[in-house]
Design a protein around this ligand. Structure first.
Ligand code: DX5
Ligand code: ZN
Length: 225
């Protein structure tokens, strides 16, 4: 079992206190910072661009886990790499030539991830499993923080875990959406090893306490495996 990693999502941070909050969560032991890029087309919300990634890069050494919820990601992967992304994750639903997109990300020297919406089957990524560094299972419909975890996701996480094991490679199994102290145990027990958490960390009054509560529950669940 890999160590459980936590990637707090700045989508739920206070943007006017972003530097302070990112530094605070980094000091608590966050493993990565999750950056949700939304284009207002693929998802009904608009968020950050490469300039946000570049700004974060200046204030933290943590890997920047960039989740591209955008159409035509091929057009801008280079911009996000130059800005400082460590992992670039694209959505299967918008990549007609997914294998080519993964290769393009790798050629720029960063890790490549593929994300699946709740309604998208794992079979759509079966043929690229060997090529990716991360699979991101969405457990809400992407676009907003603070949504309710979709429980059918658990079965999908378990299936993804089996697919990863079959490759014999070290591939992150990331889960995004509705990860909180009530859902984390089942998520970890299903096989996730990288947890995105927005509202359950940055959305809380005491983000330090919230981070440690989530970490503790995640580690307890992992130790029982
Ligand atoms: C949703 C984003 C998530 C979001 C998760 O579309 O991809 O990363 O920040 O938010 P929570 O953790 O609040 O469900
Ligand atoms: Zn995300």
């Amino acid at each position: 079992m890999n160590r459980i990693q936590i990637a707090p999502s700045i989508l739920s941070a206070d943007l006017l206190k972003l530097e302070e909050q990112v530094k605070l969560i980094a000091a608590q032991g966050a493993d990565m910072i999750h950056v949700d890029v939304m284009d207002g087309h693929f998802v009904p919300n608009l968020t950050f661009g490469p300039n946000m990634v570049a700004a974060l890069k200046r204030i933290t050494n943590l890997p920047l886990d960039v989740h591209l919820m955008i159409e035509n990601p091929d057009h801008c992967i280079e911009k996000y790499v130059k800005a400082g992304a460590s992992i670039l994750t694209v959505h299967q639903e918008v990549c007609t030539h997914l294998h080519r997109t993964i290769q393009a990300i790798h050629s720029l020297g960063v890790k490549a991830g593929v994300s699946l919406n709740p309604a998208t089957s794992l079979t759509t990524v079966e043929n690229v499993m060997e090529d990716i560094d991360l699979i991101l299972i969405m457990t809400v419909n992407p676009g907003f923080g603070g949504q309710k975890f979709i429980p059918q996701g658990l079965n999908k996480i378990a299936k993804a875990k089996k697919m990863i094991e079959k490759t014999g490679k070290d591939i992150f199994l990331e889960v995004d959406g509705g990860v909180n102290p009530d859902t984390v145990e089942a998520i970890v027990k299903s096989g996730a090893d990288l947890l995105v958490a927005g509202s359950s960390i940055f959305g809380q009054e005491d983000i330090v306490k919230a981070f440690h509560e989530l970490r503790k529950k995640a580690e307890k669940a992992a130790s029982a495996l």
